[in-house]
Write a protein that binds this ligand. Structure first.
Ligand code: UD1
Ligand code: PEP
Length: 426
């Protein structure tokens, strides 16, 4: 297993190019299953999850070709096997996104219950309930969701779906399924994340009739057929936020090219309150902090919530900053029940953190000291990299395959702005 070796203490300067969003590219690759016509996605990030999704759809008989510039061409005209086997989905939560499109276009689907980051139990009951409301017959057997249309049905039927909680991939599954269903679907309590809006915009280019995306109530008028399209994946707000926290922690002056400040209001507000200077630009964001966080920044308390609130996917990275900022802070995780696994590893670097249920109380200290730490999930890995960038001496981050699932060449990008970081190949 590859590791990252970081020698901390350097400030960051220069420019980083932000990649396309993992959490938009994955549903958009699945949306291509809704049509027999060619779909072109550009700005697709180079990630392990994207590679896994491409393997998954190729395994169904779909043609999917990617080029070095981040373009992926998909043709699902000859999709022969609407199945997502366990072996291919066990590492990736987003594989559940195959369910809606397969069911909508082929009237059947067999999709393994998904894997992904071990940050909580992550059930898919809402996905199943919503698709059942559209008429699907779904049983869960031997770890698989086996779904089909009732006898004699040609298409799903539009429905009024109110989920028990806001679910991002649930909303995406319903959007895709409803686009090809008969009649109107109304999604209440819908997720409002920018990745949902980006997916809806892609579906609209394919001929879908969608209104209200980006709000908690989405209306979809189903159509009988969707066509091909060309779509550019939106910039990754979580990658952007991760680099913002890295520069805030080390000090420095960096332009995040293509980063979208308007998708990160909650994080940027907290960074500004901490003392970081953030300037939105025409095609990016400039971030400036005079030096190491402990000399210049004040720790910030925050609570994760659904968009537009503070994203759970930024909790660990901001906590790394709080560890070495001035003062104490309370970090409350409300979305996933097991998303503090980075805490023990940060403590190994000298951080002062105590967990009490959903709350982590962080006492900012002047210095972390380098150590060997283990990445436990995707954003935990990123937070340990940030901690390593400011720790004294060497930090070795083990098990970075988690990082490779969701960050496009993170260590190369960090090296490009002055970090002392190298990948140690297994
Ligand atoms: C591929 C992708 O886009 N992943 C993102 C997506 O995950 P994902 O879509 O899996 O997360 P959800 O928004 O569905 O989960 C929100 C909460 O609802 C619960 N829940 C969800 C569905 C369900 O059927 N039953 C249920 O109980 C979950 O366990 C969790 O506690 O949104 C999360 C929350 O912003 C992010 O952390 C992930 O990066
Ligand atoms: C939790 C995440 O990913 P996934 O839903 O793919 O596990 C994430 O992107 O932080």
């Amino acid at each position: 297993m590859d590791k990252l070796l970081i020698r901390g203490g350097r400030s960051l300067q220069g420019e980083v190019r932000i990649s396309g969003a993992k959490n938009a590219a994955l549903p958009e690759l699945c949306a291509a299953l809704l049509t027999a016509e060619p779909v072109t996605l550009t700005n697709v990030p180079r990630l392990q999850d994207v590679a896994t999704m491409l393997t998954l759809i190729r395994n169904m008989g779909v043609r999917a070709d990617r080029t070095e510039d981040g373009t992926v061409q998909i043709n699902a005209a000859d999709l022969s096997s609407p199945e997502a086997p366990y072996e291919l989905v066990k590492t990736m939560r987003a594989s559940v996104l195959a369910l809606g499109p397969l069911l909508a276009r082929f009237g059947e689907a067999t999709v393994s219950l998904p894997g992904g980051c071990a940050i909580g139990s992550r059930p898919v009951d809402q996905h199943i309930k919503g698709l059942q409301a559209m008429g699907a017959e779904i049983v869960v057997e031997h770890g698989y969701m086996i779904a089909k249309l009732p006898k004699g049905w040609k298409r799903l039927k539009g429905a009024h779906i109110t989920t028990d909680m806001v679910t991002v991939t649930g909303t995406e599954n319903f959007l895709m399924a409803a686009s090809l269903a008969e009649g109107e679907t109304v999604l209440e309590n819908a997720a409002q994340e920018p990745e949902i809006t980006d997916l809806a915009e892609m579906l609209i280019k394919m001929g879908a009739q969608i209104e209200g995306h980006g709000t908690s109530r989405i209306r979809i008028q189903g159509v009988a057929k969707l066509s091909g399209c060309s779509h550019q994946v939106v910039a990754d707000r979580i990658e952007t936020g991760t680099f913002l926290c890295a520069v805030a922690a080390t000090g420095g002056d960096v332009i995040l090219r293509h980063g979208r400040a308007d998708h990160l209001d909650a994080v940027i507000d907290k960074l500004r309150d901490a003392g970081v200077q953030i300037t939105p630009m025409a095609d990016g964001i400039r971030v400036y902090s005079a030096g190491p966080a402990h000399h210049y920044l004040k720790a910030q308390s925050f609570r994760t919530t659904e968009y537009p609130g503070f994203p759970t996917d930024m909790q660990a990275q901001f906590m790394a900053l709080n560890c070495i900022a001035q003062g104490s802070s309370m970090v409350t995780e409300t979305i996933f029940e097991n998303r503090f696994m980075h805490v023990n590893e940060m403590v190994r670097l000298g951080a002062h953190i105590q967990i009490d249920g959903k709350v982590a109380v962080v006492e900012g200290i002047a210095k972390l000291s380098g150590a060997t730490v283990m990445a436990t999930d995707l954003r935990a890995s990123a937070s340990l990299v940030i901690a390593g960038l400011v720790a004294e001496g060497e930090t070795m981050v083990d098990r970075i395959y988690h990082l490779d699932r969701g960050y496009d060449q993170m260590e190369a990008k960090l090296r490009g702005i002055g970090a002392d970081i190298e990948r140690i190949k297994a």
